[in-house]
Design a protein around this ligand. Structure first.
Ligand SMILES: Cc1cc2nc3c(=O)[nH]c(=O)nc-3n(C[C@H](O)[C@H](O)[C@H](O)COP(=O)(O)OP(=O)(O)OC[C@H]3O[C@@H](n4cnc5c(N)ncnc54)[C@H](O)[C@@H]3O)c2cc1C
Length: 393
C-alpha cells in the first residue's frame, strides 16, 4: 500500500486545511453555539457552490460532464479529504450541499433516466441542493431488515406509508431515497428504494431531532402517508428489483462504502482532540506529568493505527478487492479511539470541560455519533465475526 501523496493531492489537502481553518470550523462553532443546523440560506452554502462544491460525481448524459473526473478520484484520496474535513467540523461536512449518501446507490443501480432526473440538477446546481437516504425508523435501526415502511403498487404509482427518523438533511432535500418493503414477510428480499421528491403530497411532519453534537446539519424525522410516487421512481426500475434482494443489497453496499468514510471522520475528530489536548496541556503546565505524556503517546499511537486500517479499507476498494472486514474493523476501531481521545481531553480540562464552552467539549459531543451512524460498533464487530466464521451476515 503506497501512502505517498502526489503533488495534486498534497495541494488539495492544503487547500482543504485552509478552508477548514477559515470557513468550516467557524461556521460549525456558530451552529453549535446557536444550537441549530446551518440555515439553508446561510452565505456559507452560497460560497460552497462558488467553489464548485455541491455537485454530482455523475458525468452527465453524454459522459462529458466534469463529474466523471471527480468520480475517478481514488477512495484513499476521498478518505484523506474526509478526515481533513472532520478535523475542522464533521457536522459541517455533512451539511454541505450535494447528492450525499444516496449518490453511490443511484450511480450503481439507477436507470439512465433516473440519473438524468435526480442527479442532473446537481451537475451545475443553480442553488444549494441536497438529497438524502432514509433507512432508519423508530422501530428499525441496527436491524435494517425490520423496516416497516410499506410500498404498495397501485396502477402506475407506488404508494408509501410509514415513518423515518434521524435522516440527515431530509427537510431541505430535493429528493429522499426511501427504503421501504413491498412485503414484510419477505424480510430483506422485500426491500426496495424509492425516490420521493420534496413537496410530494403525503410526505410531511418534518421534525428536526434534538442532538447532543453535530449540530451543523439537520437530522430529521418525517412521515409518509398515502404518499404516491410514479412507478418510475423505483430505484433501478422494475425488472432489476423483481424477485431478488437487490433493493437491500444496494443499501448495504452504500453502508459498506460509507464505513471507512465514517472511520476517517472519527480519525479526523480524534486528531483535532489530540491537538487541542496538547495545546491545553502545554498552556497549563501538564506536559511534565508522566501520566499525561503516556496518554498523549497512547492516543497518537492508536489514532495512527486506526488511520492505517481505514486507509487499508480504502486501498482494497481501489483495487476492487473485497473489504467488508477491513471496512467494519476500521469503523469499529476509529470510533472507539475517537471516543477515547475525547474522554482523555475532557479529563485534562477538568472544570473547564464542565463549563461546556471549550472546543474539546464540543468534539466530545460530536464524536459519539461516529460509533452510531452506518452501523454501531457492536454491529461492526458482529459483521467481522460472522465473516471470519463464514456465517451469513
Ligand atoms: C447523528 C445521526 C445521524 C444519522 N443519520 C442517518 C441517516 O442519514 N439515514 C438513516 O437512515 N439513518 C441515520 N441515522 C440512524 C442510525 O443509522 C441508527 O441510529 C443506527 O443504525 C442505530 O440504530 P438505533 O439508534 O435504532 O439503535 P438500536 O438498533 O436500537 O441499537 C441500540 C443498541 O443496541 C445495540 N444492538 C442492536 N442490535 C444488536 C445486536 N444484534 N447485537 C448486539 N448489539 C446490538 C446497538 O449496537 C446499540 O448499542 C443517524 C443516527 C444519528 C445518531
Amino acid at each position: 500500500m503506497d501512502l505517498s501523496l502526489d503533488r495534486a493531492m498534497a495541494e488539495r489537502l492544503e487547500r482543504a486545511r485552509e478552508l477548514g481553518r477559515n470557513e468550516v470550523r467557524p461556521v460549525g462553532l456558530e451552529a453549535d453555539r446557536e444550537g441549530r443546523p446551518i440555515p439553508v440560506d446561510h452565505p456559507y452554502f452560497k460560497r460552497c457552490l462558488e467553489r464548485g462544491e455541491g455537485r454530482t460525481r455523475w458525468s452527465g448524459p453524454d459522459g462529458k460532464a466534469e463529474g466523471g473526473a471527480r468520480r475517478e478520484r481514488s477512495t484513499v484520496d476521498a478518505l484523506l479529504l474526509a478526515e481533513e474535513m472532520a478535523y475542522w467540523d464533521r457536522g459541517v461536512g455533512v451539511a454541505n450541499p450535494g447528492p450525499g449518501l444516496p449518490e453511490a446507490n443511484v450511480l450503481s443501480a439507477g436507470t439512465p433516466e433516473q440519473k438524468l432526473r435526480f442527479l442532473g440538477p446537481f451537475l451545475e446546481p443553480d442553488r444549494p441542493r441536497w438529497a438524502c437516504f432514509a433507512m432508519t425508523e423508530p422501530g428499525a435501526g441496527s436491524d435494517a431488515a425490520a423496516i416497516a415502511t410499506r410500498a404498495r403498487r397501485d396502477g402506475n404509482t407506488w404508494v408509501l406509508d410509514g415513518s423515518k427518523c434521524f435522516i440527515g438533511n431530509a427537510s431541505r432535500a430535493d429528493w429522499i431515497l426511501v427504503q421501504a418493503t413491498v412485503d414484510p414477510e419477505r424480510g430483506r428480499a422485500g426491500q426496495r428504494a424509492f425516490f420521493v421528491e420534496s413537496g410530494t403530497p403525503g410526505l410531511s411532519n418534518f421534525k428536526i431531532e434534538k442532538k447532543s453534537g453535530l449540530k451543523a446539519y439537520e437530522s430529521t424525522s418525517f412521515s409518509l402517508e398515502e404518499c404516491r410516487v410514479p412507478a418510475d421512481n423505483l430505484l433501478g426500475g422494475e425488472p432489476r428489483a423483481k424477485g431478488n434482494r437487490e433493493g437491500f443489497k444496494a443499501a448495504m453496499r452504500t453502508f459498506n462504502a460509507g464505513r471507512p468514510v465514517i472511520a476517517a471522520n472519527a480519525v479526523g475528530i480524534g486528531r483535532a482532540l489530540l491537538d487541542e489536548s496538547l495545546t491545553f496541556a502545554r498552556e497549563h503546565g501538564l506536559l511534565g506529568k508522566t501520566r499525561v505524556r503516556d496518554r498523549i503517546e497512547a492516543m497518537r499511537r492508536r489514532l495512527r493505527a486506526a488511520r492505517l486500517l481505514c486507509l487499508q479499507a480504502g486501498h482494497l476498494a481501489d483495487q476492487k478487492q473485497p473489504n467488508i472486514v477491513e471496512a467494519s474493523l476500521s469503523k469499529a476501531m476509529a470510533a472507539a479511539v475517537g471516543q477515547e481521545a475525547a474522554t482523555f481531553g475532557m479529563e485534562l480540562l477538568g472544570t473547564v470541560g464542565a463549563r461546556g464552552d471549550h472546543l474539546i467539549e464540543k468534539l466530545y459531543r460530536d464524536v459519539k455519533a461516529m460509533d452510531i451512524v452506518e452501523g454501531t460498533g457492536q454491529i461492526q464487530r458482529m459483521i467481522v465475526a460472522r465473516t471470519l466464521l463464514g456465517l451469513p451476515r
